[in-house]
Design a protein around this ligand. Sequence first.
Ligand SMILES: [Zn+2]
Length: 438
Amino acid sequence: MERGPEQAQSEVAELLGELIRIDTTNTGDTSTSAGERAAAEWVAGKLDEVGIGSQILESERGRASLVARIPGTDGSRPPLLVHGHLDVVPADPAEWSVHPFSGEERDGYVWGRGAVDMKDMDAMVLALVRDWARTGVRPPRDIVLAFVADEEAGGKLGARWLVDEHPDLFADCTEAISEVGGFSITVRDDLRLYLVQTAEKGLAWMRLTAGGKPGHGSFVHDDNAVIRLCQAVARLGSTRLPTVLTPPMRQFLAAVEDAYGIEIDPDQPEEALARLGSISRMIGAALRNTANPTMLDAGYKTNVIPGTASATVDGRFLHGQEEEFERQLAGLIGEGIQREWIVHDQAVETTFDGPLVDLMVSALKAEDDGARPVPFTMSGGTDAKSFERLGMRCFGFSPLRLPADLDFASLFHGIDERVPVESLRFGVRVLDRFLRGA
Ligand SMILES: [Zn+2]
């Protein structure tokens, strides 16, 4: 332990700081999003310094992704994709302890937007392949590297565009690793669960529109679109859909039971999961379909009853639950309301087994003898949804051993996003073992 690739470990924090300083805020709108081109060029430069060629591809002006290939020693085996997004969500400097785009290293952490989502992984991978190139290490399989744009707005101008327009770049890749997973939850000093993502819920963002009779706000009125909409929204938002245990979550709950010596009631898992800390809110959402109302829009004047009212709802369904979710929605929304999808994307799920998973497990255990890797389902979505379309098994595996008291889940898109320097170095060592064996 604690050796591993020297140069990669010594430069990973600095690389992350530099990458954070390139503001790649994705507003969801190309005219106000900047920085992805500069970030891709920066990555290209860092690869070029050690003799690794790459290509930058743009879906729209400035919306740049970079793809490179590290040739392996065994050409008979399929390549492995390692992908990370370069964009970040917005950050308001007024809310932060440090400037979100300072990339400052302070108190043993690298601070800034993207520190955990996911410039940390970008920097770890970059540091590692630079170290390999300098020291002549070659992995067994070809490794395809993709540093992509636009993940934070669904990947339409990044991963999804690459998959649709340039699938040849990923030809024959059978597996992929990226966010969100590989991080630790401390059970006790000698036991840490490492959550490896093997599944993601599907997206069903929808707009609901209710119609009614417009009229004067002072009259008696029995057909009000605002009321009809609000009733449907209230039903959706206040109904907890039934628990469904998918294979990864069955394994996850069994591991939690074993680690903590408790029994979890599958119908009421929340109480037991609370001991996992804030991550339990994400885990809880992976035990059922969800539909959270997020926006409302109706009317234009206090004394005018509008003819329509609309709402948007963030719906998420588990793998294998798409049709059941539609039935649940129909039942809750009720009559007289139109539903249209704003974004609809598939759930993904793979199994926690096979040689690649064995390698994740052994690499984590070699660097942390208290490591117990477990699969889990992510409540949100990532670029895995795009790469899975090319037939890859996708894993969230960005290894980080975290301090027991760090509220990791709240750092994603959160204020004072930061990552421990020691965790980055750990990640580099685990990735080194993993990718050398893969
Ligand atoms: Zn991310």
